[in-house]
Ligand binder design. Structure first.
Ligand SMILES: CC(C)(COP(=O)(O)OP(=O)(O)OC[C@H]1O[C@@H](n2cnc3c(N)ncnc32)[C@H](O)[C@@H]1OP(=O)(O)O)[C@@H](O)C(=O)NCCC(=O)NCCS
Length: 333
């Protein structure tokens, strides 16, 4: 294992003024096979920021929320970055939490302990700043990375699957059942809000483009959507006037429209299926529909409604405090 001397000559903090192109190269090389359009746009954004450094607005401009690496650690050999890790701070309930991202080592340098030492440095950095929790996300099929993080004390918190579907122009006759789909009513909001907060709890929602109050009925929500160039369409599923679920399709920035599902703890799959198929035929745009949901819940329902598994991410965290409670959002039923 290289670099285990007290003062490691290869490992140093990221310097965003000179390292961003090297970081973008590493992400390109190490994540290429799994990168979707949002991932590619992220790398392009890092390169744009690297290019704009000499301009007045370069590195000093507000990049909050973009995830562009501003803090982290790199592993450098003969002037070339061969490993790196990004640390993204975020404020939650007035406390700083930290996300570890972009952990990558070039293939020729793997299995030498580089990612392990980068991650250990990040954990020390977070503790030294009084951070309470370090978070990260790893793909379900990335056993090597999962093992690395588990060996460093990270615990699995939740598994979330993102499904993608294309809008369709014809109605599927199999949706004909006792469920009726109508526009969401104002009176649905209390149940919808409680169900949304269960499906997208704060521990998950902080890293999704999700704001529960975006779906609240009323004029102020509409005004805010107008100014944010955002529109939301909402449908409710009922049987004999009993509310069984609400689906909200949100048009925003990015390459897909986000669908948020409010369903009760005892999920009626018929109602979910009817909502999912209805949305594919009624979606006002031709963009991909993307929905994030607890992994393993109603999977067959998504598949029969034409929603394909895009990715499953394992959310892991490590508390810097003793007695931190693990919580689970894996099962809704
Ligand atoms: C995952 C990755 C960052 C590991 O980098 P690395 O520098 O080779 O990792 P390390 O040498 O520090 O290995 C640390 C531990 O990870 C696990 N691990 C790493 N590579 C592994 C592999 N190919 N097979 C099995 N376990 C592996 C082992 O537990 C290893 O400990 P050990 O060597 O004592 O058995 C690297 O393979 C990579 O860049 N992959 C592509 C990008 C990626 O998937 N990043 C993680 C995103 S969450």
């Amino acid at each position: 294992m290289i670099g285990e001397t007290k003062k490691n000559p290869y490992l140093r903090p990221l310097d965003p003024r000179k390292d961003l192109n090297g970081v973008a190269d590493l992400i390109d090389a190490c994540f290429d096979f799994q990168m979707d359009e949002d991932g590619r746009e992220y790398v392009r954004q890092i390169r744009r920021v690297a290019q704009s450094q000499n301009s007045l607005f370069g590195i000093g401009r507000n990049l909050g929320g973009t995830g562009v690496p501003m803090q982290g650690f790199v592993w450098e050999v003969d002037g070339k970055l061969v490993g790196n890790l990004t640390i993204i701070p975020f404020l939650r309930e007035s406390k700083w939490n930290y996300l570890i991202a972009n952990v990558a080592t070039y293939p020729d340098f793997r299995r030498q302990g580089i990612a392990r030492q980068l991650t250990q440095s990040a954990l020390r950095f977070i503790r030294d700043r009084g951070g309470q929790i370090a978070w990260l996300q790893v793909r379900e099929d990335n056993q090597a990375a999962f093992d690395l993080y588990a060996s460093l004390g990270f615990h699995e918190i939740a598994r979330r699957t993102t499904y993608h579907a294309r809008p369709q122009t014809y109605k599927d006759s199999s949706t004909a059942n006792t469920i009726s789909i109508t526009r969401r009513r104002s009176s649905d909001w209390p149940s919808q809000k409680a169900w949304l907060q269960r499906v997208y709890p704060p521990e998950i929602a902080w890293h999704l483009p999700f704001q529960v109050n975006n779906f609240q009925p009323g004029i102020w929500t509409r005004i805010s959507q107008f100014f944010n160039d955002e529109s939301i369409f909402q449908w409710a599923a009922r049987r004999s006037d009993r509310l069984l679920g609400v689906a909200s399709l949100e048009f925003y920035r990015g390459n897909a429209d986000n669908l948020w599902l409010a369903v009760p703890p005892v999920l009626e799959e018929d109602a979910l299926f009817s909502l999912l198929t209805h949305i594919r035929t009624e979606a006002p745009s031709q963009r991909t529909i993307s929905v994030n949901f607890p992994n393993g819940v109603a999977e067959r329902c998504f598949q029969s409604a034409g929603y394909e598994k895009h990715v499953t991410l394992i959310w892991m965290n490590q508390s810097t405090k003793q007695g931190h409670k693990k919580f689970s959002t894996e099962k809704l039923v």
